[in-house]
Write a protein that binds this ligand. Sequence first.
Ligand SMILES: Cc1cc2nc3c(=O)[nH]c(=O)nc-3n(C[C@H](O)[C@H](O)[C@H](O)COP(=O)(O)O)c2cc1C
Length: 326
Amino acid sequence: MTINLHDPIQIGTVQLKNRLIMAPMQQNQGTPDSYATDYHVKFYSERAEHVSLIIIESTVVSANGRLFPDDIGIYTEQHTLPLRRIVDAVHAKGTPIFIQLTHAGRKAWPAVTKKPIAPSAIAYDGEYVLPQTMTQADINEVIEQFRMAARRSRQAGFDGIELHAAHGHLLHQFLSPLSNRRSDAYGGSLENRVRLIQEVLGAIRTEVGINYPVQLRVSASDFADGGLTPAEVALALTYLESELDAVHVSSGGLVPAAPLATPEGYQTPYAAVIKQYVKIPVIAVGNIRTRAFANFILADEMADMIAIGRPLLENAKFGEKMLSLA
Ligand SMILES: Cc1cc2nc3c(=O)[nH]c(=O)nc-3n(C[C@H](O)[C@H](O)[C@H](O)COP(=O)(O)O)c2cc1C
C-alpha cells in the first residue's frame, strides 16, 4: 500500500489525522522572564486545525540555558500556566500539541546568560561567551532540569515532548566531536557522546512513563570537517531508539557553517539514511512545499511524516492548502 500525506499515523500513543505537522519555530514573543503570552495562544491556535500536530518552539528547561531575551521557558512551576493556555487553545481545535524542550548550552544568549555551560570550553563564535566546561554536578543538574520540565510539560497538558538535540543546542554539543572534547564518560567514543541524551531520556521516562510520546530532533550533519554525518547520527539513534517514539531530522547549527544550497527537500536524504537504521517513525523537514513532493517522500519510504515551518509564518492555513492542492 502506498502511503500518502492524508494517511493517519501514530507517534507512540498519539493518533495524528494525517502526516503533515508544524515544525517548531521560535517566535521571540516571550516576556523577559520567559513566560508565554497571548501572542503564542493566538499564533498556535490559528495554525492548529490545518495540520495534524503542533510542535511549539524551543522552550528552555533552565534560566541558564536561555536562547534569547524573549524566548519561552518551563523552568518554574509558574511557567506552566501560560503554556496550559496554548495547549487548551490548540486542543479546542482538535489537534494534539508537543512541546520542544531544550537547553542552549554554549549558544545561550550572552545578554541573558552570564555564565553559559557546555561540554567543553569552546565558544560558538566571537559573538558568544566562552562557556564553562560542565562538571559532573552540572551534568546532573541539567538532567534534573529536563526531568522537571517533562513533569511540567505533562502537567500543562502537552500530548508529547520533542527533545531538541539539533541546531547546536546543548545536547547536540555533547553529540558532536567538534564541540565535545571531553575525556570522561561523556566524551570520545560515540557511545560516550550519546550518553547525556540517553540519561536525559531516561530521566524524562521516569517522569512520563513509556506511554507518553517522546521524540528527538537531530541535526544529521554539522557541515564541517570532523563533525557529525548522517551515518554517525543514525548510529547514535540506535543507542536511543528504545526510549523514543519518533525522530525529527534537521541539520546544521553546531558551528557557523551552512549547506551551499537549500533546494526543495534538501534535508530529506538525511531522513532517508536515518530511516534505514531505525524502526521508529521519521519526520522529514526543510523546504517541502507541495503535496506531490511530500507524497513522493512518503511513497518512497524516505520518511513517515512531513514537517513544515516557514510557510506557516506567513499563512496560517498553508497546511490546508498543501493538503488540498497537487
Ligand atoms: C523563525 C524560525 C524559528 C525557528 N525556531 C526553531 C525552534 O525553535 N526549534 C527548532 O528545532 N527549529 C526551529 N526552526 C527551524 C524549523 O523548525 C524548520 O526546521 C526550518 O524552518 C526548515 O523547515 P521549512 O523549510 O519548512 O521552514 C526555526 C525556523 C524559523 C524560520
